[in-house]
Design a protein around this ligand. Structure first.
Ligand code: CMC
Length: 431
């Protein structure tokens, strides 16, 4: 537990209560209100957890005002430039950057777990061909607990480790197969001589009738997308994984819950929604019309890929993503791509607009990622599954951290009940 530094006093009615306060390594101080209900007979009310720390964690830190994102203390920009995804996975899972030998061993373990149980194919084949790949992923990942019984005992550290490796290794195969199934093309099996990102690209785009050469620039861009999305502290899907895990549910079930949560357009579904919005805008001259709609209180329309609960200055991931978009589009010879032009102009106009300045709304990670994925040849329906592949390591690292946290108990929020008070039952003929 963080060191207790001072106390906070809460006075209400005729009560005066003292609570311990902790100073974290970074970020605001925290008031420990766990005894509030027992001693004060009141709850706190914070429906979307704006002011609530749900756990103690050592994995990821975000400074929303500075626009800083650190994985185990390392800035995301530096990791995106100098590292690669599996090294970042090691860092998130075990706390430190690996030595060369540790990395080799880790890469070997992940690479040798990429195949799926052959019978899982029938699971895919049970879905409609036009199913959204996220729907398929929620089902298939949940079903992993039916195929890998030997890594579902959460009390056994070895089984937790095996489950973590399995999940990181198999998620690209699951996402790629969900895509292949939707196309009516044969499943492409993983290949051990390829790195993580290249293997994923090949499983998505290769067909058995011809050789598929992975372009190293696209593979690097894919790897960077994985790295930028790998973890983001206690966001909605991660908190879902932790909450599911707090009941003792097996890791595959918990990750399936995380995937379901990620799917929403306010979270991981925003990358699909953002590209669809940019296409709908279509040309630069239509931008003012959409800016006007985004500002209109009576219009539910929002600029997708804009805004963040925590970042109130800029999203550091978006800046790396923008550079990657330029790189990939120029490689493909489509740097004049209309969607990229619309995105850049939209960003420029919005960042000068008082509404967006006042509300501290900036492009987030999803603003440019869709443009890159589109240029690589992915349909919009694959954008969120790719986010899920990347975030799996974050979910599993946070889940593992939670399991060994001595203060962990089942998560059980309370409520501010405003429904009917106790009343008598009325027989149907008298209603
Ligand atoms: N366009 C227009 N107005 C916006 C937007 C937007 N994208 N985002 C927030 N606002 C306004 C909102 O209407 C509200 O105005 P008011 O104070 O007048 O009621 C104010 O800004 C605060 O918004 P909020 O919804 O209370 O903020 P939040 O912290 O609950 O929501 C958010 C954060 C990311 C869900 C939201 O900004 C949003 O819906 N953005 C679009 C979806 C998106 O891009 N999501 C991806 C997030 S990053 C990746 C991830 O986490 O998965």
């Amino acid at each position: 537990m963080a060191e207790e530094k001072q106390t906070a006093t809460l006075i209400f009615g005729n009560k005066k209560l003292e609570f311990p306060m902790y100073s974290p390594t970074a970020g605001p101080d925290v008031i420990d209100i766990r005894k509030l209900y027992a001693e004060g007979d009141v709850f706190t009310y914070d429906p979307s957890y704006t002011s609530t720390a749900s756990c103690e964690s050592t994995i990821t830190f975000i400074d929303g005002d500075k626009g800083e994102l650190l994985y185990r203390g390392y800035p995301i920009e530096e990791l995106a430039e100098k590292s690669h995804f599996l090294e970042v996975c090691y860092l998130l899972l075990y706390g430190d950057l690996p030595t060369a030998a540790q990395l080799e061993d880790f890469e070997d373990r992940v690479t040798r777990h990429t195949m799926l149980h052959e019978q899982m194919q029938y699971f895919f084949r049970g879905f409609r061909r036009d199913a959204h790949p996220m729907a398929t992923m929620v089902g298939v990942v949940g079903a992993m607990s039916a195929f890998y019984h030997d890594s579902t005992d959460i009390g056994d550290p070895w089984q937790r480790e095996v489950a973590a490796i399995r999940m990181i290794a198999k998620m690209p195969t699951i996402a790629a197969w969900a895509y292949k199934y939707s196309l009516g093309q044969p499943f492409v099996y993983p290949r051990n001589d390829l790195d993580y990102a290249s293997n994923f690209l090949r499983m998505c785009f290769a067909v058995p009738c011809e050789e598929y050469e992975v372009n190293p620039i696209l593979s690097r861009a894919m790897d960077r997308i994985f790295t930028l999305h790998a973890d983001h502290e206690q966001n909605a899907s991660t908190s879902t994984v932790r909450l599911a895990g707090s009941s003792g549910a097996n890791p595959f079930a918990c990750i399936a819950a995380g995937i379901a949560c990620l799917w929403g357009p306010a979270h991981g579904g925003a990358n699909q929604a953002c590209l669809e919005m940019l296409r709908e805008i279509g040309t630069v001259d239509r931008i003012p019309e959409f800016i006007k709609r985004a500002k209109d209180k009576d219009d539910p329309f929002r600029l997708m890929g804009f805004g963040h609960r925590v970042y109130k200055n800029f999203d550091p991931r978006a800046q790396v993503m923008k550079e990657s978009a330029d790189e990939v589009l120029s490689l493909m010879g489509i740097e004049n791509n209309e969607t990229l032009q619309v995105a850049k102009e939209l960003e420029r106009i919005a960042l000068e607009d008082e509404y967006f300045i006042d509300k501290k709304l900036y492009p987030n990670v999803d603003f440019y990622s869709g443009i890159i994925l589109d240029a690589m040849g992915f349909p919009t329906s694959m954008f969120t599954p790719i986010f899920a592949v990347s975030r799996t390591v974050g979910w599993i690292s946070q889940w593992k951290e939670m399991i060994v946290d001595p203060s962990q108990r089942i998560g059980r929020p309370r409520q501010l009940y405003v429904g009917a008070a106790r009343r008598g039952y009325v027989e149907v003929e008298n209603r």
